[in-house]
Design a protein around this ligand. Structure first.
Ligand SMILES: Nc1ncnc2c1ncn2[C@@H]1O[C@H](COP(=O)(O)OP(=O)(O)OP(=O)(O)O)[C@@H](O)[C@H]1O
Ligand SMILES: [Mg+2]
Length: 259
C-alpha cells in the first residue's frame, strides 16, 4: 500500500530540550492511527511537527516526516501552508473556538476555501451544502446561515469536521476531537470521522485519552510515554498482547475486553 505519511525516527526539541524521541510510524490511504499516552508525553507535539506548528521554540531535530514523498520538516513555510488544509487537515479539541463568533459559518467556509484558491462562491456553497448533507445534517442551509454561538458545542465540532473535509485532505490530524463533548456527541463525531474515511479514503491520526475509541476505530495504535514510543502496532495485536507494562496498565483501566 502506498503510504500517505511516514514518520521516521523523529526527534522534537523545545528550546534545545529533547521532548519527543525516535518516533516512527506510517499510514496508508484510509488507515487510522490512534495515539494514546499520559499528559505531556508528546502526542500533540507529534501532530504539530507535521505542519511546522511547533512554535518558535520547537524544532524537529532529527528524522523525517514524509508526506507524498516530500520531507515536511525540510519544506519552506509557504509550501507547508499549501499542504495545510488541502492535503493535511486538522481538527482540534475545541473546533468551535476556531470559528470567529461574529461571522456566519457559511461566510467562514467561503473564506477558508477562497484562501485555498477556490473562487466560485456558488460552487463553494453547493459543495458545503452537499457535504453537510452527506454528514447527516438535516438543514445544511440553516447551518451555513448560523453564527457559531447559535450551534451547540457538539454541533460546532461536527461542523468543524465537515469543514476540514471540504478541502478533501488525504490525511486528517485530530487532537482529542471528542474530549470536550458528552458521550452521545462523542459518538457522533467519531462516526463522522469514520464516514469521512469511508467516503473519501481519508487517513486519520487521532490523539485521544479514550482507549475505547482506539479499539473501536484505529487500525494501528501508538502508545507514548515521556516522549518515547512504548508500543506501536496493529490495534488488535497490541490490545491482545501488549509488550510494555505501561500499555498493560492502560488496557487494564478500560472496561474488560473479550479477547
Ligand atoms: N511550545 C512549547 N515550549 C516548550 N515546551 C513545550 C511546548 N509545547 C509542549 N512542550 C512540552 O513538550 C512536552 C510534550 O507536550 P505535548 O503537548 O506534546 O503533550 P501531550 O501528550 O499532547 O499532552 P496532553 O495530553 O496534556 O495534551 C511537554 O513536556 C510539554 O510541556
Ligand atoms: Mg496534547
Amino acid at each position: 500500500m502506498a503510504e500517505i505519511i511516514s514518520y521516521e525516527h523523529v526527534d522534537v526539541s523545545y528550546n534545545g530540550q529533547l521532548m519527543v524521541q525516535d518516533i516512527s510510524f506510517s499510514l496508508g490511504q484510509g488507515e487510522i492511527l490512534g495515539i494514546v499516552g499520559e499528559s505531556g508525553s508528546g502526542k500533540s507535539t507529534l501532530l504539530k511537527a507535521a505542519l511546522g506548528m511547533l512554535g518558535k521554540d520547537g524544532l524537529v531535530t532529527r528524522g523525517d516526516i514524509y508526506y507524498e514523498g516530500r520531507d515536511l520538516p525540510d519544506l519552506p513555510p509557504e509550501e507547508l501552508r499549501a499542504i495545510s488544509g488541502s492535503g493535511i487537515g486538522m481538527i482540534f479539541q475545541n473546533a468551535g473556538a476556531s470559528f470567529c463568533p461574529i461571522r456566519t459559518v457559511g461566510v467562514q467556509l467561503q473564506e477558508m476555501m477562497e484562501a485555498k484558491g477556490h473562487k466560485d462562491k456558488g460552487q463553494i456553497e453547493k459543495a458545503a451544502m452537499e457535504l453537510l448533507e452527506k454528514f447527516g445534517f438535516a438543514e445544511p442551509k440553516r447551518i451555513l446561515q448560523s453564527y457559531p454561538f447559535e450551534l451547540s458545542g457538539g454541533m460546532q465540532q461536527r461542523v468543524g469536521v465537515a469543514a476540514a473535509m471540504l478541502l478533501k485532505p488525504k490525511l486528517l490530524l485530530a487532537d482529542e476531537p471528542t474530549s470536550a463533548l458528552d458521550v452521545t456527541v462523542q459518538k457522533q463525531v467519531i462516526e463522522e470521522m469514520l464516514l469521512a474515511r469511508q467516503l473519501f479514503g481519508t487517513a486519520i491520526i487521532l490523539v485521544t485519552h479514550n482507549m475505547g475509541v482506539v479499539r473501536a476505530m484505529a487500525d494501528k495504535m501508538l502508545v507514548m510515554q515521556g516522549g518515547r514510543a512504548m508500543e506501536y502496532g496493529k490495534t488488535v495485536e497490541v490490545m491482545a498482547n501488549p509488550s510494555s507494562p505501561y500499555t498493560r496498565k492502560l488496557l487494564d483501566a478500560m472496561p474488560r475486553l473479550r479477547r
